[in-house]
Design a protein around this ligand. Sequence first.
Ligand SMILES: [Fe+2]
Length: 526
Amino acid sequence: MTRQRGTARLRRSRFRFSRRDFLATGLAAVVAPSVTLVGQPRQAPRFSGPPFSLGVASGDPSPDGMVLWTRLAPVPLEGGGMPDEMVEVHWEVARDERMREIVQRGTVVAVPEQGHSVHVEVAGLDPDRWYWYRFRSGTEASRVGRTRTLPLSGTSVRRLNMAFVSCQHYETGFFTAYRHMLNDDLDVVFHLGDYIYEYEGRDGRARKHTGDEIELLRDYRNRHALYRLDPDLQAAHARFPFVVTWDDHEVDNNYAADVSEEQGLPSELFLRRRAEAYQAYFEHMPLRGVSRPTGPRMQLYRGFEYGDLAAFFVLDTRQYRTDQPCDDRSGPTCAGVLDPQATLLGEEQERWLLSGLDRSATRWNVLPQQVMMARVDRAPGSEERISMDQWSGYEAGRRRLMEFLAVRRPANPVVLTGDIHTNWVNDLQVDYARDTEPVVGTEFVGTSVTSGGDGSDVRDDTAGMLSENPWVRFFNSQRGYVRCVITPQAWTADYRVLEYVTHQGSPISTRASFVVENGRPGAQRV
Ligand SMILES: [Fe+2]
């Protein structure tokens, strides 16, 4: 135990990263947090506060199990407040809400090196049904969470209910979207990134981040904890399994692989920050052990199959991308946009995606991912202004994927997108220059939970943008989430919007619904 306390002192005394520090010390290696099992775990710990303050979560389902998550954090905003020692956590899974019919239980050890986070990979359960779970440590018990296994691969599935969300800047509003979501009958929720924002606290907003811009593991932990203290977010995690992927703000705005937003920051230095951010992300998400980061690397792209109905290819467009072209400034197509070497997915992920799509036998093939895939010109008339951070900035890669959809024709491709804090429905096409281009897939872009503040139905530029880009079928700039019902015949998407987020209690309504019929790419308004 003495040795562990020594490690903690060392950790506390670490400097904040800066380029000067990097150059002064010459540290190039990224420090990977490791699990040290020394001595016996504490069986009956005393906590300085409620240890399950961050709630519970589940995710990454399989036909016989899922991940159950919690993190012991009696003092959540100050590093968790756990003693620097290992602690036993017991878990149990039941077939009923009242936890009477327990079907599995076990004990895991929460360790300081992992922020006393707990990731239980349950196996051996029945497919396609609800389960309930909870944790205990010492004399304390967590709330009961609800979760669900996947149907067996290949079996007939008649219906899947899901929602997708993204972009929940804590300061710009309340997570009312999640509160309304509790009334929906959902099998799973997909989170498409910007789960946290890295920025320093600012006055004059709905809520306030604690502290400066986050750069160190301890800061990232505290930021995740701040978000996870939100009761609506906690309730959603307890009620539905989540499948998560990240965008940029889990680390740093608009970062690309090892390139920071900050111009000229050495990649070795940025990778140290990335390693700390990835570690904190893993510690707070219901992810399997295969996603546990090694230094600045983390396996996040992965697949899920709902029987014969839908295959989900969850993408990571941040970790492997080449740097944004044209200095990441929106504008006309520059040489970098057309560079065939430029990539959003990286070679390996792209191969995984295309071979997976080629092999898939499901009715729907779904790509939950981050940045807008349809090419949208934001400038009226002959002028052109495209985003360099989205697929439009990586035209060769976008075209490869669209041509693959056109030629190999995987069944019913649907792309789910976050990032831009607005609702869109887009036709996916190989070429956007010709009016007669066939539609090869459908893109549903979901708005933010809070980012951007209250928003509005239309913006000054909406009419112009829609006439400039006829493949955009819908645009709205309110906050909320997208609720989907998937059947063998059709995919229906309800755009759920809030009147406001800067104060609590907004009602919610369905602003528009769109349907994609089996075998007919492109969504139709209903
Ligand atoms: Fe965002």
